[in-house]
Design a protein. Structure first.
Length: 202
């Protein structure tokens, strides 16, 4: 007699070390209360969503995902809310540089992403995704200089900033809906999916 087929739930790539992530969530009293007694990042994400603390939930994801997945997620979010138009070609190039680092995380691609971010003045979701890629390396100094390692949480800070900027573009009424889409994308990425988001209609 054949044994029943069991479905194994994919392991989440969200870090189980919630204590490492918590200091970067900027939680108020409501947020701290929502996470009281919480044991891991997956549970914390669920609690924050149920409490309606969506921006705090995106910060958690930004710090809890591994660097490559987090940068890829930031790129997906920025692509979702990016306006169309040839005047935004430079920002698209920045995002593509960050995505190239995700595909092939070499030091050359990491530094190329930062160079692209510099061309746009660090004011866009795309630029901060690229900065996140750069901060994922072993040094913020030029290649010929002594190494200056970034702090471990820098990538998460840049990803969180990128996602917040992507959510805030254009009409404010779109923000919460975007954040819900972004979190769905993050959860897909966390279990090995691509987390792709369709571009918003103009």
């Amino acid at each position: 007699m054949a044994s029943p087929t069991t479905t194994t739930k994919p392991a989440s790539k969200l870090s189980g070390d919630l204590a490492r992530v918590l200091p970067h969530l900027q939680l108020d009293e409501q947020g701290r209360s929502a996470l009281a007694g919480c044991q891991d990042a997956v549970e914390a994400l669920d609690r924050l969503e149920r409490a309606g603390l969506l921006i705090e939930a995106t910060r958690l994801v930004a710090h809890a995902l591994p660097a490559r997945e987090a940068v890829w997620w930031a790129c997906a979010c920025s692509r979702h809310s990016a306006a169309s138009g040839t005047h935004l070609a430079a920002e698209a190039e920045v995002r593509e540089a960050a995505e190239e680092w995700v595909r092939k995380p070499t030091d050359e691609h990491r530094r190329a992403a930062m160079k692209q971010a510099e061309t746009t003045g660090f004011g866009s979701a795309e630029a901060w995704a690229a900065i996140a890629a750069f901060w994922s390396g072993d040094s913020m100094a030029p290649p010929e200089a002594p190494k200056v390692p970034p702090q471990p949480h820098f990538t998460g800070l840049a990803v969180a900033g990128s996602v917040a900027l992507a959510a805030a573009r254009g009409p404010a009424v779109r923000r919460d809906g975007r954040l819900a889409h972004f979190l769905a994308s993050a959860k897909d990425i966390a279990v090995g999916g691509a987390g792709r988001l369709e571009a918003e209609p103009d």
